[in-house]
Ligand binder design. Sequence first.
Ligand code: GRF
Length: 218
Amino acid sequence: MKWGLSPFFGTLPRMSHRLGVLISGRGSNLQALIDAIEDRRLDARIALVISNRPEALGLERARRAGIETAVISHKGHATREAYDGLLVSELQSREVELVCLAGFMRLLTRAFVDAFPNRILNIHPSLLPAFPGVDAQRQAFEHGVKVTGVTVHLVTTELDAGPIVAQRPVLVAADDTVETLSARLLEEEHRIYPEAVARVLQDGWRIEGRRFVTVANS
Ligand code: GRF
């Protein structure tokens, strides 16, 4: 909780937006969110980091930042809905307002998506709708595109298909390899994700059809 000064009431508590972050691995985008919060570029706090894999490096990043973590394996549940129900109850019990997928390698079921309507974000390393799914950097490279990029989008039950909140292009250089291109894409991911999270946490937008639209006069 942060404490802000009010001209009328003295010092009043000001609640930061509460985020939940879901990871499966390295967690560099989680780190970008942690850094943006520490640098005050993002007015939020991460209430919980959940990984479906115990070995995810991102768990250590969260612990180092003093953030609560939970490992909830996707294995051994009767249905995908049952698993998602568990994730939802953990997030809701921490009063999470916005869920950020950061390399979480699972498709969400309707049970999850409906629990956080237009309140789940994902970061993807291509200019969607081009190259959805895994290994998007390699898909784009091998396709021979001259421009690729990164996308932050709202999450639906369809893979990498929800309304686009933000995108940024990255040029493919003649001497790029998949590795050099992926490294530049990742740098851009780390810039755009905290910005997009901050945008979604502000009012003044709505979804029209499948478009994320800024509302005038807000
Ligand atoms: C990133 O490339 C992200 O766009 C994709 O999965 C990767 C996760 O990387 N969804 P990290 O775990 O955040 O380092």
